[in-house]
Structures are given as C-alpha cells and as structure tokens.
Design a protein around this ligand. Structure first.
Ligand code: GLU
Length: 443
C-alpha cells in the first residue's frame, strides 16, 4: 500500500514552487487516507504515482501586436493531466495570475471533477497570463489567434477539447475556434462553449451556475430544506456567478451580494441581475457601477462579501478567496451551507473550520461540475451532428448534478464520513480513474 506521506514528499520535491498544485494534492490525499483506513487494497502505488504526474505539460510563447502596433509577449499553457477515462477536457483561463502551478492545480482537480460527471472525459487545463481586462476586441482576437497557432497541434475532438474558464467566454472561444478551423481546414467539436450558430449547446452558458444551484438544492433537500427565502451571499460577477444568482433567485432565494477583484456590492433588496448583466456582459464594466443605478445598495472597495450575514454562501470568483477568518465570520452569522462555484475558493483551514462547525460544504470539483458536464453534452451533440432543446439539456444537467450529489453523499457515508461531501467526491472521483488506469496497464 502506498504511503501517502512519502508520496506527498515526492510530489513536493518535484514541484517545489507550485503552492496551489500542492494544496490541491494535499486535499485529495487527505480523503485518500480515508480509503487507506477502510479499503487499503484500493490504493496502489502503480496508480497513485502516475496520478500526481501530468501526462504532458506544454508551455509556449504567445506573441501578438497591440493596438499601438507594439509587440507583446505572453506565456501559454496546456497541461494534459490524465486521459484514462476520455480525451483531456477542461477550460482555458486568461488571467494575470496564471502560471504553471495554477494550471496544474486546475488540471488535477479537473480529473476528479470529470470523473464525477459520469461522462467519458479525462482532465486537462490551460490558459495564459494574458489579461483581457481593458483590451480591445481586436487585441483579444489577435491574442487568441496567436495562442491557437501553437495550441492547435496539441488538441483535437478525440484528443483534447478545451473550453472557457475565467477570462475566456463566448467571444474568445469564437476567435479560437475560427483560427483552429483555418489552420486545420476542419470543422469539428474541438472546443466547447461555442456559439449556438456554429455547434454550441443550449444551456452551456448557464450550466456552471445552474449546476451549482442544482447540486445545492439536492443537498438542502437531503436535509429537509430548500432555497426558499434563504439569504445568499455570492462572490464573483462572471459567468458562473451571474447564472448561479439567476437560478438561486428562480428557486426562491434572495441573493444580496456580488463582487469583482476590486470590491463587492451589497443590495439588501436583492441583486437586480439585469443591471449586473448590462454592466458585465454588455459593457464589460466593473461591479461598482451597480450602485449608480441602485443607490440603496453599497459598494465596498478592496473587500470580499463574507461578513454579510447569510444562510448560504456561494464563492464563485477564484481560488483561495475564502479564508479561515471569513469562515469564522460566516459561522458566527449562522451560515448553513458553503457551496463552491469556483475552483478551490476555500482554503484548507477554512474547510476544516466549516466542517468542524457542521456547515454543509460542497467542494467545487463536485458542485461546479455542471459546466464541464454540459460541455460533455455539447461533445455528444457535435458527434451526432444534432442539437438538443434547452429543456432536454437542462434536464440532463440537473440529473447529472443530482447524481453527483448522491455519489458524494453515499460514498462519504460508506467510508465512515457522513456529510463530508469532499471526502465522497475525492474518493468516488479517484476510484473510477484508478480502475481505468489499472485496466490500461503501464501507460
Ligand atoms: N472551466 C470549466 C471547469 O472548470 C469548464 C470546463 C469545460 O467545459 O471543459 O470545469
């Protein structure tokens, strides 16, 4: 049986500067220790030593010309982490914080997340330290074209299928797809999150946020309650946050906050999502502009919303945005559930604190899997050259999220950690990938 402590030291030695990646590995190992107690025969060296080493890591130069005619250079990444259960699948993130550690942590999480969806998708992630904020459409297009001019040789509909993530939405996917098609002379489902006019799927835009609420709803129902009249504190104002807000409101909750990297808005009357959409989706502006139209709301610069009293917290912005002090504040104010829309937004000490205080905690790799699940449905539609109705896709998404919740709950219980969905998610995600890896031999 693998000694996880020894293996963790090996991972640390091999990735000495990759704090976020090590954090993600440590969290998974904490859950795998539970397998070691209950079913030690299910943890074997052959699988684990390979699981923590990406199959392939690609780093490349992305040169592009800005609107002043000046040459700019960014760094591009694609980490193809694990293809045991399907082609590599996972988003591209364009954000100044992107580096190899961030991409490896995201790729590692994606392996487990994709496994939980029940769809045949391996794990990968990519992106760039390019910051789309303040760039013109022309600059974003030239950057995307340059990025794809290298990436195209590493991806394919049956090899690796990227999609969006922070900083990569419909506009970027369009430019990336156009360039891929031009280079390969092939119209294929090589990217997901495509526009509806060229092979995209209905519900993909809404899927991560809606999926988060479907998971949360299943979790609340399991405890005999639901979203009705609950106060929700939400962070972020990108795609995940906007559609989590929309679905939570549809399910009867009052969402009172949203944020961006500069600060957060608090609207005691409940967020007016049309205003947010106009600012974020149409004008690509900043969240503080909300108070111009809603003077009853407040904007707090340089802070996150976790001190606002709530029943449910939905972190939907970025990694490590909810720390121990925030968790203490939430518990003090009587929070019942923290469900992650972002990837790894809650720090390990904050997770422990929430669990110790009996807060229901839904880990992102389970609760935000709706986006990639819907991408899997987009791949199916592309493969059969059909498009399904909104109702069809939405129902499939909901069924997948409820089944992910059931898997997390049942696995956690089976392994002696009832209500610790993070343990259930990691174990269930791992077992499927491990079985596939073992079956395929030493590859
Ligand atoms: N970036 C999203 C995620 O973290 C979606 C990935 C995809 O659709 O491939 O899961």
């Amino acid at each position: 049986m693998t000694d996880l402590k020894v293996l963790y030291e090996t991972v640390k030695k091999r990735n000495p500067n990759d704090a976020e990646f090590l954090q993600a590995v440590e969290e998974v190992f904490e859950s795998l220790n539970v397998i070691a107690d209950v079913h030690p025969e299910k943890l074997d060296d052959d699988v684990l030593y390979r699981l923590v080493e990406p199959e392939r890591q690609i780093i490349f130069r992305v040169p592009w010309i800005d609107d002043q005619g000046k040459m700019q250079v960014n760094r591009g990444f694609r980490v193809q982490f694990n293809s045991a259960i399907g082609p590599y699948k996972g988003g591209l993130r364009f954000h100044p914080s992107v580096n190899i550690s961030i991409i490896k942590f995201l790729g590692f999480e994606q392996v487990f997340k994709n496994s939980l969806t029940t769809l045949p998708m391996g794990g990968g992630k990519g992106g760039s330290d390019f910051d789309p904020k303040g760039k013109s459409d022309g600059e974003v297009m030239r950057f995307c074209q340059s990025f794809m001019t290298e990436l195209y040789r590493h991806i394919g509909a049956n090899t690796d299928v990227p999609a969006g993530d922070i900083g990569v939405g419909a506009r970027e996917i369009g430019y990336l797809f156009g360039q891929y098609k031009r280079i390969q002379n092939e119209f294929t489902g090589v990217l997901t999150g495509k526009g509806l006019s060229y092979g995209g799927s209905l519900v993909r835009t809404e899927a991560t946020g809606y999926g988060l609420c479907y998971f949360t709803e299943a979790m609340l129902k399991d405890k005999g309650t639901d979203f009705t009249d609950k106060t929700v504190v939400l962070s972020g104002s990108g795609n995940v946050a906007i559609y989590a807000c929309q679905k939570a409101q549809q399910l009867g909750a009052k969402v009172v906050t949203m944020s961006d990297s500069n600060g957060f808005i608090y609207d005691p009357n409940g967020i007016d999502l049309d205003t947010v959409k106009e600012i974020k989706e149409v004008r690509r502006g900043r969240i503080k502009e909300y108070v111009e139209k809603h003077p009853e709301a407040t904007y707090t610069e340089g802070a996150r919303p976790w001190a606002i009293p709530c029943d449910i917290a939905l972190p939907c912005a970025i990694q490590n945005e909810l720390g121990l002090d925030d968790a203490k504040e939430l518990v003090k104010n009587g929070v019942m559930a923290v469900c992650e829309g972002a990837n790894m937004p809650t720090t390990p000490d904050a997770i422990h604190y929430l669990l110790e205080n009996k807060v229901l905690y839904a880990p992102g790799k389970a609760s935000n899997a709706g986006g990639v699940a819907c991408s899997g449905l987009e791949m199916s539609q592309n493969a059969e050259h059909l498009s399904w109705t909104f109702e069809d896709v939405d129902k499939k998404l909901k069924d997948i999220m409820v089944s992910i919740f059931n898997t997390c709950r049942d696995t956690a219980k089976e392994y002696g950690h009832p209500d610790q969905y993070v343990v259930g998610a990691n174990i269930a995600g791992y077992l499927k990938v491990a079985e596939a890896m073992k079956a395929q031999g030493c590859v």
